[in-house]
Design a protein around this ligand. Structure first.
Ligand code: C2E
Ligand code: MG
Ligand code: MG
Ligand code: MG
Length: 284
């Protein structure tokens, strides 16, 4: 089968691409009902202090338990939700749920150290006029102090951002909410540009940690990370590294001066009970 695409252009049929398009369409149309039916859930992945390995907090990562397709990761549906605008109510739900969970951890483990929660924001949420009011309402309802929340925004979402787009982030930052630049190093942001962003945490993308897995690690990779860390620290940004999978990487990243880390070496994302057990074990 070859579809005529008008004129004398022909497109060859690609059954796999068709199947993917059908699935994508199906997922897109079932997103709103999925939110109503409570098919989304959150896994939490701990962030640890590289200095002593204690738990610093956790990142909330959304999943969709789809009745036909099973558990879908965010890469499968966040772009669709972003495209259709459903990301706004979905993101609000994630924020509310994650903040409630963080407050629960704090109350249950008052002596387990401060537990902080990281929540991802998509570009559409950044552009949504209700962002500040929604966040304030969620914090007030839960009783979580703003300083225990960190909102993660990708570097690409802020590239070329004008003051109007940065204003809500600036307001949140002034309230004490941490703002992290996620997947740092994958975009093309001008390092000097960091100064004008209301950001106080830099999350180094997994691609850097992957480069360190080779043994011996590429000395140029190490120099780059070292340079980023020293620049970040001179701008008073804390540095978190993503994707730490081995003890050797953790040691190296600590030597390079990174502050906190996240990755399979410490724990995979999991249900809240898992982190609960982890932070308890940590406190003893
Ligand atoms: P991210 O924010 O950069 O999250 C880190 C991703 O790396 C997660 O993938 C996590 O499971 C994975 N990861 C953590 N440690 C390791 C490791 O040691 N090795 C490897 N190979 N991977 C590791 P996940 O859960 O599939 O999430 C993918 C992306 O989806 C996230 O990237 C984030 O951008 C987005 N996302 C997740 N939850 C939400 C949400 O609630 N709202 C929005 N807007 N985006 C979300
Ligand atoms: Mg993130
Ligand atoms: Mg990230
Ligand atoms: Mg990443």
């Amino acid at each position: 089968r070859a579809k005529s695409a008008g004129g004398n252009r022909f497109e060859l049929a690609d059954p796999e691409a068709d199947a993917r398009a059908i699935t994508r369409h199906g997922l897109t149309t079932s997103l709103p009902a999925a939110l109503e039916r409570g098919e989304f859930f959150i896994e939490y992945q701990p962030l640890v202090h590289l200095g002593d390995g204690t738990v610093h907090g956790a990142e909330a990562l959304v999943r969709w338990c789809h009745p036909q397709h099973g558990v879908l990761g965010p890469d499968r549906f966040i772009p669709l939700a972003e495209h259709t605008g459903l990301i706004v109510p979905l993101g609000r739900w994630v924020l509310q749920e994650a903040v409630r969970q963080a407050r629960f951890w704090q109350q249950r483990h008052a002596d387990g150290g401060p537990l902080r929660i990281n929540v991802n924001l998509s570009p559409a949420q950044l552009h949504h006029p209700g962002l500040v009011a929604d966040t304030v309402a969620v914090l007030e309802r839960s009783g979580l102090e703003p300083g225990a929340l960190c909102l993660e925004v990708t570097e690409s979402a802020l590239i070329g951002a004008d003051e109007d787009l940065l204003k809500p982030l600036r307001q949140l930052s002034e309230m004490g909410v941490d703002i992290a630049l996620d997947d740092f190093g994958t975009g093309y942001s001008n390092l000097a540009n960091l100064r004008r962003l209301p950001v106080n945490v830099l999350k180094l993308d997994r691609s850097f940690t992957q480069g360190m897995q080779r043994s011996p690690a590429d000395p140029v990779d190490l120099k780059i990370v070292e340079g980023i860390v020293s620049l970040a620290h001179s701008l008073e940004l804390a540095v978190t590294v993503e994707g730490v999978e081995t003890g050797a990487q953790a040691v190296q990243l600590r030597e390079l001066g990174c502050d906190t880390a996240q990755g399979w070496y410490y724990a995979r994302p999991g249900p809240p009970e898992k982190l609960h057990a982890l932070s308890l074990a940590d406190a003893v």
